[in-house]
Design a binder for this molecule. Structure first.
Ligand code: BTN
Length: 338
C-alpha cells in the first residue's frame, strides 16, 4: 500500500474511533506497526494532533479546524445530503470528480469535500484559488425532478443557503452579487459553480452539481496579494476559527431544507436573495455586451434572472453571464478568481 493511501486509511480509522491501538491498525490494514508509527508521525507533521498513550493507542484531537467526517456528521440534521460524504486529501476539482461519479450513477446527496483542489473551477472558465488550508471546497450531487429552466433557481437558492449558514455559524451578514458571488463589504468570500446535465430528450435535468468554494481563512493565513484587494475571509470578518466542519454541516442542512420543499420555499428564498442583492440601483455594465453601454440593476425576477434598465428606461432580464459594477471594485484584472 502506498504511503498516501496508508495515511488516509489511518486517518479514517482515527476519525471513526475515539481511540485505536497501533496493533489494531496494523492488523486491520495489513501493515507493520513501524509503518503505522511512521504514517502517524507524517500525519502529525501535516498538522493533525494525534496523541498516543503507552498502553492505549492513538486518538485524534477533533478540536481544531482540520476537516473530518465525524465532525461534519455531528452537525448534520439531513436525511439525504452529506450522509454519503467523501473527504479527499487533494483533487483536481470536486465538481469534476462528482460529475464522473454522477455519470456512473452515484446517488443523490453524495457530497465531496476536498482539503485542496489543484484545478479548482470558477465560472466563465476562470480558476478558483483552492489552497490546502483556509478554504472549503465542496460539491453536492442533486437529481431534481425539475425542468432545466429551474437551474437558475437552484443556484440562487444555494447562494441564500450559504448566506444563512454563514450567518448561523460565523455571525456574518453576506450580500449577493448576481449571479452567485457572496460578498462582505464588497469583497468576495464565496463563489458557487452549478453544473447540470440534461436527460436525453433535453428538457429535464438529469443531475445537478452544486459546487461551493468559501474563503474561511484562519489565524496566520493570508490571501495571496493579487486577491487581497478583492476578496476576504470569514476569519478576517468575524475572528471565529475552527468553523469549517460546522459550516459544511450547516450549508447541507439549509440546502436540504430548501431542496426537499423547493416549491414551497421558492418565494421565501427569492425574497431573501432580493434583500441580499447588492446591485440594486447600481450602474452596471455587462461582461458580454458593449462595454460603453451602461444599465441600472433593478432586482431579480421570479426565476432569479436579473432585471436591468437602460438609459432610455427599457427593461430586460438577464438569465446568464456576469455584470460589473461601476465604478468597479471587484474586477480581478486577471483570470484567477477566488
Ligand atoms: C466562481 O467564483 O466563479 C465559482 C467558484 C466555485 C468554486 C467551487 S470550489 C468547489 C467546486 N469545485 C470546483 O472546481 N469549483 C467549485
Amino acid at each position: 500500500m502506498g504511503r498516501i493511501v496508508l495515511k488516509e486509511k489511518i486517518l479514517a480509522l482515527l476519525e471513526e474511533n475515539q481511540m485505536v491501538s497501533g496493533g489494531d491498525i496494523s492488523k486491520q490494514l495489513g501493515v507493520s506497526r513501524t509503518a503505522v508509527w511512521k504514517a502517524v508521525n507524517a500525519l502529525r507533521q501535516q498538522g493533525y494532533e494525534i496523541s498516543s498513550t503507552p498502553g492505549g493507542g492513538y486518538s485524534l484531537n477533533r478540536d481544531n479546524d482540520l476537516l473530518a467526517r465525524p465532525a461534519i456528521w455531528s452537525g448534520l440534521k439531513t436525511r439525504l445530503l452529506g450522509r454519503q460524504l467523501e473527504l479527499l486529501p487533494s483533487v483536481d476539482s470536486t465538481n469534476h470528480y462528482l460529475k464522473l461519479a454522477a455519470q456512473q450513477g452515484a446517488p443523490e446527496g453524495l457530497t465531496v469535500v476536498a482539503r485542496e483542489q489543484t484545478q479548482g473551477k470558477g465560472r466563465l472558465g476562470r480558476s478558483f484559488h483552492s489552497p490546502p488550508q483556509g478554504g472549503i471546497y465542496m460539491s453536492v450531487l442533486l437529481r431534481p425532478k425539475a425542468p432545466a429552466a429551474d437551474c437558475a433557481l437552484f443556484t440562487a437558492a444555494t447562494a441564500v443557503c450559504v448566506c444563512r449558514a454563514v450567518q448561523e455559524v460565523a455571525g456574518a451578514e453576506l450580500s449577493i452579487k448576481w449571479v452567485n458571488d457572496l460578498l462582505y463589504q464588497g469583497k468576495k468570500v464565496c463563489g458557487i459553480l452549478t453544473e447540470a446535465a440534461l436527460e436525453l430528450e433535453g428538457s429535464r435535468l438529469d443531475y445537478m452539481i452544486v459546487g461551493i468554494g468559501i474563503n474561511t481563512g484562519g489565524p496566520g493565513l493570508t490571501l495571496p496579494p493579487e486577491l487581497d484587494q478583492i476578496a476576504t475571509t470569514l476569519y478576517d470578518i468575524c475572528g471565529v476559527p475552527n468553523l469549517r466542519n460546522r459550516l459544511i454541516a450547516a450549508i447541507l442542512n439549509h440546502l436540504e431544507d430548501f431542496y426537499l420543499s423547493a416549491e414551497a420555499r421558492k418565494e421565501d428564498v427569492l425574497a431573501e436573495y432580493s434583500r441580499r442583492l447588492c446591485l440594486k440601483g447600481q450602474q452596471i455594465r455587462l461582461s458580454t455586451g458593449d462595454p460603453g453601454r451602461l444599465f441600472t440593476a433593478i432586482d431579480i425576477d421570479d426565476q432569479a434572472g436579473l432585471i436591468i434598465e437602460d438609459s432610455g428606461g427599457a427593461r430586460q432580464t438577464l438569465t446568464y453571464g456576469e455584470v460589473s459594477v461601476i465604478p468597479t471594485r471587484q474586477q480581478t484584472g486577471g483570470k484567477t478568481t477566488v
